[in-house]
Design a binder for this molecule. Structure first.
Ligand code: UDP
Length: 724
């Protein structure tokens, strides 16, 4: 790209708003990343306690770090009580719109769970500015917990620190594609901390580099009385512990002044009364990190203890409820109910000087590149309205004129080993349009072919007056349907593991995408359009090239703990039977799969037994074998009987595990095996399990119709409620 093009390319305008040192330690690495990225333009709003002397005037460090501050906003109403926090939010809400309007960012980055961040997110959301929220999905005590989740709801994108946080965000109905598991930005620095200047830093803050304790304890806004009691107990324990100590003043939250008063009363501010203890408002993060890594213990309730100290294996005594629910490493000892000095003292004695293995729960040091990439992938040109992924439930029964005039349909795709089939399927299961092409063996080519087929089908939908509600994909292999991702391929489809089809396709085709395994799709196809209609407990067995299927219990598809439920082809029917495609012996697929019948047909043909059944232009296959069996060829009948008996045996085992009311046989071999299966069940199943109804599917292509059901089941429930 030449210089002109670089100039012409529009940069993404990212505004970072920082309110205090607590968010700055995480936002600073993001700011540095954005500042260094030629595709982005950084603006910085500084507000909150950054601008207050009592809290260290920490805005100075932002300039010293090389960032130019675009706007400073005084937003703190002093008083340090609950009302002051509310008034501070109010003041921010008054001042922010003008600034945001002027900066007009493409994206506002907000961190964490503080009241100032709530004001930022509220302003930006109301003004239709996109918000990226860092560190959502975590759990802690105090009002911070509620604020964090409220900001999640106001934000459009999320970069979170742990897998559990990611899961919580999704459980809070945020769309998985908008949630990035980035890790904590401060870990990009913590894991690269250079501690060589420890002596100098300790000298500056007047602690013994070989033997010192750090104390940071903030108010618990939701229980101030208890908070003050715990603070007093902690201070007394620290004084009695009598080691070189760096004592940080509490933050700006409601109750802060009372804690500072307790410090003063215990003589912690005046030099000399406790010569071992030095107090300070703030230490720049680069230095704080060094101290954190080398101190003998950190006590209090700061997130620096529970989230950051783990990076170094530094012991922590966490006091009270402020961090309740946070994920921590083994380096943390909780004194949840700090009702006596002795308890805190005992915890200090236990922890002081220990070293734990470092834990990387909150980050692997590679957060910033992930966040930058995530920002670049935001579709800034599309509408800002965010949706919530509520669980499916009956919705209003009103209708939309478009829905009445157009045929509501699904674009169904069946990804087989040989062919890729695409169909537009309407609500009644009618196939409005159908096409089939060979499935390319190479991944990139396959995705291109898929995208082209989808684009053609979208044009066909217009020609046929069809409204496509989404794309449903049925594929061989193990699938995570919640993520829309393939986990493992089958031997039939190459180059098809670890593919997040939903993420890959939905942005390309601008339609929601659902993905499921072909067996589960067949079960869903039967449930919506076939013999499974109105049946609550049902097993669908596909007898085709292989053996597969799906299990529906109480109306829900069963996926199992690792999406491996209903691998019906690998139900073992003999301890030392023939070799199966999975590498084991005795699976039902090795007896009854179409591929096995093809092989048996060839052997029988070589023995000269199938000549009467062959057609001139067709290769010998299982079709000839089953025809021969039907017409009385003894050896062919023996093979088919063995296969049918194996399938019946496998199904009998399934009946004893699942106890369905119906078993639906589908696939081209279903009619061939039907009588054998029924006979085995009558002979071998327990009397109560025998009551099952065995039926043969009447749908020619249940997996394809099932792919359509993935879309229709979800969308129709949303539009009409459950009755449809
Ligand atoms: N921090 C800092 N200097 C300090 C104290 C804390 O840089 O003097 C950092 C600390 O590493 C953490 C963040 O500020 O990343 C938040 O700490 P704090 O205890 O202020 O707030 P909390 O997150 O517990 O509300």
């Amino acid at each position: 790209m030449d210089a002109n093009n670089v100039q012409q390319r529009r940069q993404i305008k990212v505004c970072i708003a920082t309110c205090n040192r607590a968010d700055y330690s995480k936002l600073e690495p993001v700011m540095a990343g954005i500042q260094a990225d030629p595709d982005m333009e950084l603006s910085v709003i500084v507000l909150g306690s950054h601008l207050i002397d009592d809290y260290g005037s920490t805005h100075r460090f932002i300039s010293a770090d090389g960032f130019s501050i675009t706007q400073k906003l005084h937003t703190i109403v002093r008083g340090e009580d609950e009302a002051a926090m509310v008034e501070s939010v109010g003041l921010s809400l008054v001042k922010l719109p003008d600034v945001l309007y002027r900066l007009d960012p493409d994206l506002l980055v907000v961190h964490g769970d503080r009241f100032d961040a709530l004001a930022l997110a509220t302003s930006a959301a109301l003004m239709n500015y996109r918000i990226l929220h860092l560190e959502g999905g975590e759990v802690s005590g105090t009002i911070d917990d509620s604020i964090r989740h409220a900001i999640t709801k106001l934000s459009h994108y999320h970069a979170c620190c742990t897998e559990r946080a990611r899961q919580r965000l999704i459980a809070m109905c945020e769309s998985p594609s908008r949630v990035l598991l980035s890790g904590c930005p401060s870990y990009d620095k913590l894991l690269r901390a250079d501690t060589s200047s420890l002596e100098r830093v300790c000298h500056r803050y007047q602690v013994d580099p070989n033997d010192f304790l750090i104390v940071i304890q903030h108010p618990v806004t939701t229980n101030q009385v208890e908070s003050q009691k715990m603070f007093s107990v902690m201070v007394d324990a620290v004084i009695e512990f009598n080691h070189s100590t760096l004592f940080l003043f509490p933050n700006v939250d409601a109750g802060s002044k009372d804690l500072t008063r307790i410090m003063r009363r215990r003589g912690l501010e005046s030099h000399g009364q406790h010569p071992n203890i030095s107090t300070i408002k703030h230490i720049p993060f680069d230095e704080f990190m060094i101290l954190l890594s080398k101190c003998k213990c950190i006590v209090g309730n700061s997130s620096a203890g529970v989230r950051e100290a783990g990076a170094f294996g530094t012991p922590v005594v966490n006091v009270g409820s402020r961090q309740t629910g946070r994920e921590t490493g083994e380096n943390v000892v909780h004194v949840r109910d700090a009702d006596s000095k002795e308890k805190v003292l005992r915890a200090l004695q236990l922890q002081y000087g220990k070293r734990y293995p470092p834990s990387h729960i909150y980050g692997d040091g590679r957060c910033i590149p992930r966040i930058l990439q995530f920002i670049k992938e935001i579709p800034f040109k599309s509408g800002i309205q965010k949706g919530f992924n509520f669980p499916a439930m009956p919705a209003s029964s009103s209708q939309d004129i478009d829905h009445i005039l157009e045929i509501q349909s699904a674009l169904a795709i069946d990804m087989g080993g040989t062919n890729l089939r695409v169909a537009i399927v309407d609500l009644r299961g009618q196939i409005v349009y159908y096409t089939k092409v060979p499935n390319p063996p190479v991944f990139e080519e396959r995705i291109d072919v898929l995208a082209a087929l989808i684009s053609d089908a979208k044009k066909k939908a217009v020609e046929h007056d069809c409204r496509l509600l989404g794309i449903g994909i049925s594929t061989g292999g193990r699938v995570d349907p919640k993520e829309g991702a393939l986990l493992d391929a089958t031997s039939l489809i190459h180059d098809w593991s670890y593919v997040n089809l939903r993420a890959l396709l939905s942005s390309k085709v601008e339609l929601p995408v659902w993905v499921d395994n072909d067996g589960n799709c067949a079960a869903q196809g039967e449930r919506r359009f076939g013999k499974g209609q109105g049946v609550k407990d049902c097993i669908t067995v596909i007898a085709g090239t292989g053996i597969g299927g799906g299990i529906i219990l109480n109306g829900e598809v069963q996926y199992g703990s690792t999406f491996c439920a209903a691998e019906l082809g690998h139900v073992v029917v003999s301890m030392d039977g023939p070799l199966c495609s999975c590498g084991q012996h005795g699976c039902v697929e090795a007896y009854a799969g179409g591929a096995t019948l093809d092989r048996e047909a060839k052997s029988l043909h070589e023995a000269g037994e199938l000549n009467d059944f062959l057609e001139a232009d067709r290769e010998v296959s299982g079709v000839h074998l089953t025809a021969a069996a039907k017409l009385g060829n003894v050896n062919a009948e023996k093979i088919v009987r063995r296969a049918g008996t194996a399938l019946g045996t496998a199904i009998t085992s399934m009946l004893h595990v699942v106890n369905p009311s119906h078993v639906i046989l589908c696939g081209h071999l279903a009619p061939v095996y039907y009588n054998y299966v029924k006979a085995v069940i009558q002979q071998r199943a327990l009397p109560s399990a025998r009551k099952v109804e065995i039926v043969v599917s009447e749908i020619s292509d249940p997996a394809l119709l099932g792919a359509a059901s993935l879309v229709l089941d979800y969308s129709i429930r949303r539009i009409y409620g459950n009755s449809h």
